[in-house]
Design a protein around this ligand. Structure first.
Ligand code: ATP
Length: 438
């Protein structure tokens, strides 16, 4: 398919003459760099407190994320709410300044000089999560789609022609151009958002939850449309989604994000059908539950992404990992070790509620409280040093000394998952996990 609309010579928004369809390297020359290269991207927000608003810490929303997107390639970025996906998109596009790392767009560094940022913005479009809030209710669908053209100085007649072509391309009729957002269905609004995103002939489109809140059949239509447009315009796409099925359908490769970091990346089928990281396994297998007290059923996720102002040490996923590696010689299973970790996390956060335990124990007798605490967390009763350390920690906890109890657990129940931060290596299908790979 050829590009259906080439803006006239000399008009703003012209297609980049250097772009080649297909994205392969110049014949006989070196392979061209991927369109988007993100290396060690960071976004840390300051945490301030006290009357003087001194900086007392950082929210590490994005903490060293690297990936590449080839020309005409779709990369999916998946992870639960709060894992940092939107912040990656916004810092990558320099809608927010990154606090570290580099971005290259079509071979040019972005951010070191205004040129890179300008070029990136000129050739990038974003489709926002919620078209109801991104479409101005006072503008017709046609006016909304024409907005980027108006800002770039296109004449009215050119705008009308371009919007007519774009609407046809995204499956909307001429009649839809004069409708206001409230007169359009959810799927039609997405199509208007997509038409607007394509208005200036971008090379790269970022889609933030492009099919959220749509019926499954409409979702499929929108994903099919995006696939057709990608092929027709040789678009590079970054799909942000917490929905694994969307990414499976739409993306060549997928990167999995957890607590500000990538934990796995690779070709979509390899990552989703044969995940190497327990977090990906859980995402691919289960619908996450927001109930933190729901326990740790095999392979599923409970609780939420940890506070990025205070991420867990070692592997950030260890506090929720269904496959966490138990300490050597402890005799614990992953689930039993997980229960001990749950207690340590709650102790460290001051979340062990002695009043609640008192109600459960029907009194304040320390032995009854200890039994209630063990039952509440489903704690194991290991032999030897581990058992003695856990019993002492439980005693500290029911005596109200949470810090001492947490320290005891930390010292007695070490494991690589708790101690060491796993790195994501470079490669085709990579994962950051201490579990041995076969
Ligand atoms: N301006 C900010 N100041 C402080 N913290 C922030 C700011 N923006 C985002 N965060 C925090 O950064 C973390 C990542 O947020 P982000 O919105 O990028 O996650 P997400 O994966 O896109 O989630 P969602 O799917 O809900 O949009 C969250 O803990 C969020 O509270």
């Amino acid at each position: 398919m050829s590009r259906p609309d080439d803006p006239a010579d000399g008009e703003p928004g012209d297609a980049d003459p250097n772009r080649t369809a297909g994205g392969a390297g110049v014949a006989g020359g070196p392979e061209r760099e991927p369109l988007v290269v993100v290396d060690g991207l960071e976004k840390h927000y300051p945490v301030r407190s006290g009357v003087l608003r001194r900086r007392t810490g950082s929210v590490r929303a994005v903490d060293g994320v690297s990936f590449e997107i080839g020309r005409g390639e779709a990369l999916g970025l998946i992870g639960e709410s709060g894992s940092g996906k939107s912040t990656v998109a916004e810092t990558l596009l320099h809608l927010q300044e990154p606090t570290g790392g580099t971005v290259r767009f079509d071979g040019t560094p972005v951010g070191d000089g205004a040129d890179g940022v300008e070029e990136l913005r000129r050739r990038t479009a974003m489709v926002f999560q919620d078209p109801s809030s991104s479409l101005d209710p006072r503008l017709t669908a046609g006016e909304s789609a024409a907005e980027p053209l108006r800002v770039r100085g296109f004449a009215r007649r050119r705008r009308r022609e371009r919007v007519a072509t774009l609407f046809e391309r995204v499956g909307l009729s001429a009649d839809h151009r004069d409708r206001y957002p409230h007169e359009l269905s959810g799927g039609q609004k997405r199509r208007v958002g997509i038409a607007r995103a394509l208005a200036l002939d971008p090379a790269f489109v970022v889609l933030d939850e492009p099919t959220a809140a749509l019926d499954v059949s409409v979702q499929a239509e929108i994903l099919d449309l995006l696939g057709e447009l990608r092929e027709a315009f040789d678009l590079s796409l970054l799909f942000i989604s917490h929905d694994v099925s969307v990414v499976r359908r739409a993306c060549d490769r997928v990167a999995v994000m957890y607590a500000g970091e990538l934990v796995e990346a690779g070709p979509t089928a390899a990552v989703l059908d044969d995940p190497a990281h327990p977090y990906t396994r859980a995402l691919a297998a289960a619908v996450p539950t927001p109930d933190p007290r729901a326990g740790r059923p095999e392979g599923s996720l409970s609780g939420a992404v940890p506070d990025p102002a205070d991420p867990p040490g070692g592997c950030r996923f260890h506090t929720r990992c269904p496959e966490v590696i138990p300490p050597d010689g402890s005799g614990l299973t992953s689930a039993e070790y997980g229960a001990v970790i749950d207690l340590r996390v709650d102790l460290a956060a001051g979340d062990v509620d002695l009043d609640h335990l008192g109600e459960r124990a029907d009194g304040t007798d320390p032995d009854a409280l200890a039994r209630a605490l063990r039952a509440e967390y489903d704690l194991p009763d290991p032999d030897g040093d581990a058992g003695r350390a856990l019993a002492a920690a439980v005693d500290d906890a029911v005596a109200g000394d949470d810090a001492a109890a947490a320290d005891r657990i930390r010292e007695a129940f070490g494991s690589p998952c708790v101690r060491d931060h796993p790195e994501l290596e470079h490669g085709e299908h990579v994962s950051a996990c201490h579990l041995p790979t076969e």
